[in-house]
Design a protein around this ligand. Structure first.
Ligand code: B12
Length: 218
């Protein structure tokens, strides 16, 4: 944490503020500056980028900002993440396993999914990213094609999280059953929901998701 140093904490506040304003070039500039000043990638993520996204999330909930502003903030978030990517993901590590990841059908939210992907790559896992709006069958086909050990599904809407049940059901009927594990996550997802739909694992955030995934591949 850099809160003891006013000049460094000011950079994180700038990142948060520019992200809320959806100012992509300014976010990129400040994230690069933060890296150059020696602030850790985790600190920049938590106290800069995610801090800003949380403020936007609250305002969105309370109808103080609307979809266009949130989309701009999300774009700025992804731009900032791209700069942190090489720092969050150790480079040159040999592949320890393969994970197929995507946001479920009907759901366009990808920031959390992208973060999980980066942390998985940071653990030396190969990640096949199917993007957003992924139908159940596509996860299964990709897992088979790439010999994946894990399918990771993300959902941010209470409506689309039901789609995870379809992924679980389809796996049960496929020859991959027993060979591939299903991990689920996203803000509305809980351990209780995971148990209910018969998915294998749930974790609440990207760091724990990557640790668990690595342990499953070892
Ligand atoms: C950004 C955003 C958008 C952007 C998305 C841009 C993008 N590229 O992702 C846009 C503007 C497009 C959008 C659209 C909509 N959104 Co929206 N959005 C958000 C917002 C503000 C932030 C989400 C986010 O990125 N959080 C930051 C990331 C890092 O957190 P995260 O995704 O939870 O991920 C973490 C964990 O959950 C976990 N995780 C995530 N995935 C996975 C996967 C696995 C396997 C594991 C283990 C862990 C894991 O790790 C991550 C990091 O620690 C949330 C509010 C909120 N507070 O969540 C609303 C929110 C999710 N949206 C909401 C709604 C209603 C919508 C719309 C329906 C609005 C509309 N009327 O059109 C549309 C739906 C579009 C669609 N079909 O998907 C609601 C959902 C309500 C509900 N209960 O279902 C929310 C909660 C806002 C609200 N309070 O009303 N949205």
């Amino acid at each position: 944490m850099v809160w003891g140093d006013p000049s460094l904490s000011a950079i994180l506040e700038e990142i948060s503020r520019f992200l809320q304003q959806g100012r992509v070039p300014s976010v990129k500039e400040q994230v690069s500056k933060a890296v150059a000043e020696g602030i850790s990638a985790e600190d920049i993520l938590e106290n800069g980028l995610l801090n800003g996204m949380n403020v936007i999330g609250e305002k969105f909930k309370n109808n103080k900002v609307f979809i266009p502003e949130v989309m701009l903030a999300a774009r700025a978030m992804n731009a900032g993440l791209e700069i942190l990517k090489p720092l969050l993901a150790d480079s040159g590590v040999e592949t320890k396993g393969t994970v197929v990841i995507g946001t479920v059908k009907g759901d366009m939210h990808d920031i959390g999914k992208n973060l999980v992907k980066m942390m998985l790559e940071g653990k030396g896992l190969k990640v096949i990213d199917l993007g957003t709006d992924v139908p159940a069958a596509k996860y299964l086909a990709a897992a088979e094609q790439h010999g994946a050990q894990i399918i990771a599904c993300s959902a941010l809407l209470t409506t689309t999280m039901q789609e995870m049940q379809n992924v679980v059901n389809l796996l049960k009927e496929s020859p991959l059953v027993g060979k591939v594990k299903i991990m689920i996550g996203g803000a509305p997802v809980t351990q209780e929901f995971c148990n209910k739909i018969g998915a294998d694992y749930y974790t609440p955030d990207a760091a724990t998701a990557s640790e668990l995934a690595l342990s499953l591949c070892m």
